[in-house]
Design a protein around this ligand. Structure first.
Ligand code: NDP
Length: 481
């Protein structure tokens, strides 16, 4: 299967005629190809988006919302096809794609359709002197760049608010997992989204992504991906003063206090450590457990980790599939070796699973891995690994856990496990992270601000924050004297 770019409502081959291979990570085999788009493809997509902006930006919100609702319906009607594609492309368990990724993609469109319909603006009346009101207008062509771990969910998290606000967009999905973005293109056509309103360019970040970021007719960039790439994008966007939203990496602390509901903490920590093979920016990759319950927590956590089934993503029994690519597996394995060199002790995992069927033997599988005895300044404690690897450390007093959590240069999310609400509120306010979960994990409400502190990003999206980002706000002052 050869994917095509979506430009001006039509699927077109890349200008260069060259393609990149796309792998099925469970079988380590090429199963499709995607355009290796160059500068010209991006320029054509931006031209199409610019042309479409004239009409889309003044299309009444009711009409825009109606199309977004239709897209949400079509995603749900195609749930099975999209889930299968996402599972094969990423290696994530089909059951997970069915239950989380695809429904959340539909929810993104439905939520922002409703949000824009119900949006209200402020006005002030200055005692007979002036009436002020705030006028919101779309910014223009938005460049949307997304990563490989939650491909459809994270791309639609950007497309939906951008279109709801009246912008047109050029998307650059990850070259590693392009399939559901391509299928979304078909859905956009079926939903009668006007040509050029949403364009999708496949290819390499260093070529297609960079050109999009640098293009002078793209005044706004929303990027989700790694911190190093985010830094490059910030540098490229700065001279043109582009609006920029950066959702970057995380090294999230998961803090278990002695009064926690241990059973719940263990069960949720298994998910927060290893869901999607640990390839979620919100995964809690550093677990800190209060000394008093350390042994009890660890006994349960390690034995439950050993029960997790790693295997064919299509199999209902699989909790984990393969990592996304050979290069990524190698990076994660190197991090594990380095942790051992730095004194870390592997309590479980660190190897490929045994007993895989013949067709999966070359796949990029790794058992969930738990590492103890590392110092706070070890590489594994400081750097994002983005795989099924967690470190565990005991602590004596709660303030020590907060200090450890905050030593990271990242500040995306954290989890706290305690039955003491006073303590929970106090610690939540002290932790440097964009989201702090108490006795839960990955519970998302799209109305709430989402984003990271420190090296985890810049800006907030979600609810009104997305409206803020995807519009320019203007104060109109009418003199009344
Ligand atoms: P990357 O930063 O490697 O890539 C993200 C996207 O940027 C891809 O589409 C990539 O293209 C593109 N890109 C690469 N270089 C450039 C460039 N110079 N200019 C413009 N675009 C470029 O991230 P990954 O895809 O590896 O995703 C994993 C990372 O994403 C992790 O660090 C994770 O924490 C983070 N992430 C953050 C989230 C958050 O909400 N904070 C959520 C999910 C993930 P290509 O694929 O071709 O390289």
């Amino acid at each position: 299967m050869q994917l095509k770019n979506l430009i001006n409502g039509e699927f077109v081959a890349p200008q260069s005629g060259t393609y990149l291979d796309n792998y099925d990570p469970a079988r380590a085999e090429v199963y499709s190809q995607l355009p290796d788009s160059n500068e010209l493809d991006v320029v054509l997509a931006v031209q199409a988006a610019n042309k479409a902006f004239t009409k889309w930006s003044v299309t009444p919100v009711e009409a825009r919302a109606q199309i977004l609702y239709r897209i949400a319906d079509l995603i749900e009607e195609n749930l099975e096809k999209l889930a299968e594609a996402e599972s094969r492309d990423v290696g994530k368990p089909l059951a997970l794609a069915r239950k989380v990724d695809i429904p959340r993609a539909a929810q993104n469109f439905r939520f922002f359709a409703g949000q824009i319909l119900h949006h209200q603006e402020a006005s002030t009346y200055a005692e007979g002197k002036a009436l002020n009101y705030s006028l919101r207008q779309p910014v223009g062509v938005a460049g949307l760049i997304s990563p490989w771990n939650l491909p459809l969910y994270l791309l639609t998290w950007k497309i939906a608010p951008a279109l709801a606000c009246g912008n047109t967009v050029v998307c650059k999905p990850s070259e590693v997992t392009p399939m559901t973005a391509f299928l979304l293109g078909e859905i956009l056509q079926q939903a009668n989204l006007p040509p050029g309103v949403c364009n999708i360019i496949f290819g390499r970040g260093e070529v297609a992504g960079r050109t999009l970021v640098e293009h002078p007719a793209v005044p706004l960039i929303s990027f989700t991906g790694g911190t190093d790439t985010g830094a490059k994008i910030a540098l490229a966007a700065a001279p043109q003063f582009k609006k920029l939203s950066l959702e970057l990496g995380g090294k999230n602390a998961n803090i278990v206090l002695k009064d926690a509901d241990l059973k719940k903490a263990v069960q949720t920590s298994l998910r927060s450590s290893f869901l999607n093979q640990g390839q979620i920016c919100l995964c809690g990759s550093r677990i800190y457990v209060q000394q008093d319950v350390y042994d009890a927590f660890m006994d349960q956590f390690v034995s439950e980790t050993e029960k997790l089934v790693v295997g064919d993503p299509k199999d209902e029994k699989s909790f984990m599939g393969p990592l996304v690519s050979a290069a990524h597996l190698e990076k994660v394995q190197q991090a594990i070796s380095q942790a051992q060199q730095e004194g870390g002790k592997i309590l479980t995992g660190g190897q490929a699973p045994e007993g895989l069927p013949e067709e999966l033997k070359s796949g990029y599988f790794l058992r969930p891995t738990v590492i103890a005895d590392l110092s706070q300044c070890s590489t594994l404690h400081q750097e994002e690994i983005f795989g099924p690897v967690v470190t565990v450390q005991p602590f004596k007093y709660a303030h020590e856990a907060v200090k450890a959590a905050n030593t990271s240069s990242y500040g995306l999310a954290a989890s706290l496990w305690t039955q003491n609400l006073t303590q929970a509120h106090k610690l939540a306010s002290q932790i440097q992270a964009g989201t702090v979960w108490v006795n839960t994990w990955m519970n998302r409400d799209l109305r709430m601000p989402f984003g990271g502190m420190k090296s985890s990003g810049l800006g907030r999206e979600g609810g009104e924050h997305s409206i803020d980002f995807f519009t320019e706000q203007k104060t109109v002052c009418v003199g009344l004297e």
